[in-house]
Structure formats: structure tokens, C-alpha cells
Design a protein around this ligand. Structure first.
Ligand SMILES: [Zn+2]
Length: 316
């Protein structure tokens, strides 16, 4: 691995909220910035707010017909428009056009996508994979500047799986996932934290564009490796709920044999994996329909090279 990687300056940044229409921190902030975007202004680049899923936002639901944040596959983005397609499929293509086409030189430089979770994830910074050095530097910068929030870095893409989220449209992308906050509810503390994350990130981009070099570092990340469904009865109904001793323990280790679920007739059901894991998105409301009780992550230590801008060659 090189000791320093270089990036071109970032000129076009989008801050997106309402990708899921009932995750209210991003919805409220983006609606505010659409009226007054002065908070997003920096010397060296343009940042634009976008309400990603207006129809879901209007109805205060996660999505109208399909989860928008799973619609940014090359298959969908490159196929011709059909009349009776789900709203979000059309919207994904529209966003791809707005942000300059995924994979092209015209693509936006960065998307900051604002989300909330009902899980006790605190401040979670989501990037796709470990090789994303520029995004890793943003996350590290946030961790250094906002240690009281204890921000964690989560890598969502399992190796070999195609990217499908909104952030994949731009050259770089980070999701801010803050919780717990109920769907359809906006809490002032969570909203303020989200706002601060955006400010710190825009400041980082500004400093990078101005030629500041960011030194190499090591960081712990949580890599998604799978998920666990609820225990189910033969008819498919959930037969056990998340165990009280696991609830709210996102990012804490869970060992084989420790309580994972509590059956509706009162029995403890242990985690039956063969090694220690780090559960995240425990009991996330939006994941019931995806048959996910929690996501399984591994904790990994990464070494990230220094970062600078050259205005030219190389890419992190
Ligand atoms: Zn979301």
C-alpha cells in the first residue's frame, strides 16, 4: 500500500435526506437547506441539498413502492424506462442523471446521505468498503473532532456484492446513520448531531481542497458479514423477539451461546454462530420486512495511508 494517496479536489457535493421518507433528521434538515442553504456554503466547492424520495417523504413512509436505497444497481440505472415501473426505480434513474451518471467523469464528487435508525446505533458512519481511503479519512476526521459522539465506522458492502445505494452514484459517498430515533419522529438532539456531522464533513472537504495533507492512521471498522433472522414458526410468523440483554447493545460483542432471542413462550434462545460477532442494527423497524433481526459484523483494524490533493494524478 502507498504511504500517501492523492485525490482530485472535490467540486460537487450533494447532501441528501429523505432517501427513506420517515427518517426525519435528514428530511427536516434538507427541507430547511432547500429554503436556506447558507450553512452548506464553503469557499472551494458547491454543496446542494436534495430530498431524495419526495413521494415517500410526503407520505412519511420509508418508501412508496420499493426501497430507493436498493435501486442504484447498474441493471436498473442502465435499463430503459418502462411505464409501469415502481416510482423508486424511476427516481433512482432521475437521481443518477441529476448527479452526473454513476461511474462517469461528470458524476458528483461526493454524496452525504442522511439516515436514522430505530436501533441504538449512536453515530454510525457508513461507507461501502475498506478501500475507500478518502471516505475513511472523513470518518477519522469526524472521530477526532467529535469524540463525545463515539462515532463508529460501518462497511456495508459484503465482498463481491454489487453496490446498490444512493451514495454509489457519486465518486465518494458516506451515509450518516443516527439512532435510536423512531420512524416519523424528529428529536432535536439527533437533528443537531446530524447537522454537526455535515458541518464537520464540509469543513474537511474544504481543507482538503485547500491543500491540507491528512496523515496516515489506524482505525477499527465494523464489516458486515451477514445477518440473522428472527426464529419463525412453520407458518412464517415470528416466534421469538430480540432478547432484552441483546436489545440496544449494537457494536458490543456477542458470543456463541449468549442470549439472542426470547421466545413467546418465555424461553431464551442463544446465538448459535461459531464465533464472536458484533451485532448492529439490532431490532431495526425497517428490517422486519427484510427478515433481519440484526446484522452480523466483524470488527477489523485497518491501516489507512495519508491523503492529499494534487489537482491531478491518482485516486484514493
Ligand atoms: Zn435509512
Amino acid at each position: 500500500m502507498p504511504s500517501t494517496v492523492s485525490a482530485n479536489p472535490l467540486h460537487l457535493v450533494a447532501v441528501t435526506g429523505g432517501t427513506h421518507g420517515n427518517e426525519m433528521s435528514g428530511v427536516c434538515l434538507v427541507k430547511h437547506w432547500l429554503r436556506d442553504s447558507s450553512e452548506l456554503v464553503r469557499d472551494t466547492f458547491t454543496a446542494v441539498p436534495l430530498l431524495a424520495n419526495p413521494k415517500a417523504t410526503e407520505n412519511c413512509v420509508r418508501y412508496y413502492e420499493r426501497d430507493l436505497n436498493r435501486c442504484f444497481t447498474m441493471d436498473i440505472l442502465s435499463s430503459p424506462e418502462l411505464q409501469d415501473e415502481p416510482y423508486e426505480v424511476k427516481r433512482a434513474r432521475e437521481i443518477n442523471r441529476l448527479f452526473g451518471l454513476r461511474g462517469s467523469t461528470n458524476a458528483f464528487d461526493m454524496i452525504l446521505d442522511l439516515h436514522n435508525t430505530t436501533s441504538n446505533m449512536g453515530v454510525c458512519l457508513i461507507i461501502s468498503e475498506a478501500q475507500r481511503h478518502l471516505e475513511m479519512h472523513v470518518c477519522h476526521h469526524i472521530q477526532k473532532h467529535l469524540p463525545n459522539y463515539n462515532p463508529r465506522i460501518y462497511l456495508y458492502a459484503e465482498p463481491g456484492v454489487e453496490l446498490y445505494d444512493l451514495c454509489s452514484v457519486s465518486k465518494y459517498g458516506i451515509g450518516f446513520e443516527l439512532g435510536p430515533q423512531p420512524q416519523g419522529v424528529v428529536r432535536a438532539d439527533t437533528l443537531q448531531t446530524m447537522r454537526t456531522l455535515v458541518q464537520v464533513t464540509l469543513d474537511f472537504i474544504n481543507q482538503l481542497n485547500q491543500g491540507k495533507e491528512f496523515p496516515a492512521f489506524e482505525a477499527d471498522v465494523y464489516q458486515r458479514v451477514g445477518h440473522v433472522d428472527f426464529p419463525r414458526a412453520p407458518d412464517g410468523e415470528i416466534s421469538a423477539v430480540v432478547h432484552p440483554s441483546l436489545q440496544d447493545r449494537d457494536f458490543s460483542p456477542l458470543h456463541p451461546g449468549e442470549p439472542a432471542f426470547l421466545s413467546l413462550d418465555g424461553k431464551m434462545i442463544p446465538y448459535n454462530g461459531d464465533q464472536q460477532i458484533y451485532p448492529v442494527f439490532i431490532n431495526e423497524a425497517a428490517y422486519y420486512e427484510k427478515k433481519i433481526a440484526f446484522i452480523v459484523a466483524e470488527k477489523i483494524r485497518l491501516s489507512i495511508p495519508a491523503l492529499c490533493t494534487t489537482g491531478g494524478q491518482g485516486s484514493p
